[in-house]
Design a protein around this ligand. Sequence first.
Ligand SMILES: [Fe+2]
Ligand SMILES: [Fe+2]
Length: 178
Amino acid sequence: MQARGPLMIEHRLIEAMIAVIQRRLERTAQTQVIDPSFVDAAVDFIRVYADRTHHGKEEDILFRTLRDKSLSDEHRRLMNDLIEEHIFGRETAKALVEANIRYRKRDIGALAEVMDRLRTLVAFYPKHIKKEDAVFFPAALTYITEQEDQAMLAEFWEFDRKMIHEKYKAVVKGFVRE
Ligand SMILES: [Fe+2]
Ligand SMILES: [Fe+2]
């Protein structure tokens, strides 16, 4: 398997979650209510899976490997854009968490903001994923050797192996702090 394999498989799960969020948004537009626990689950998915686990591998392993290569101006710009987009995704998730806190307190306008942030994520992820799948990942392959690609794949598995432990350590830490 090429190193981009697991990244592309993860893209498919992110797309599936985005479709779930989209359906929930359509329902919320009718009912004008949203389950704040659903928003918590969406945030957890975005933060732990899409950002920490998936963007983490892209940034810490793939982009790091490419940073020292003589990328074309176009490809370096694209990589920097992708990093900026990851930051944008993180900021949107943070704003969504804050809006959901206000929604739980029944603040006026909070539902509109929750929906707006979810809509932003629904619009953002498919575009970001398409750029990587169709343009950046194929381009990246032209800068790396087969050996480097396999070394990245091994690092990806190692990165993933740590994730479940990191996630549940954070959960316990959160309760201990209470
Ligand atoms: Fe990405
Ligand atoms: Fe990605």
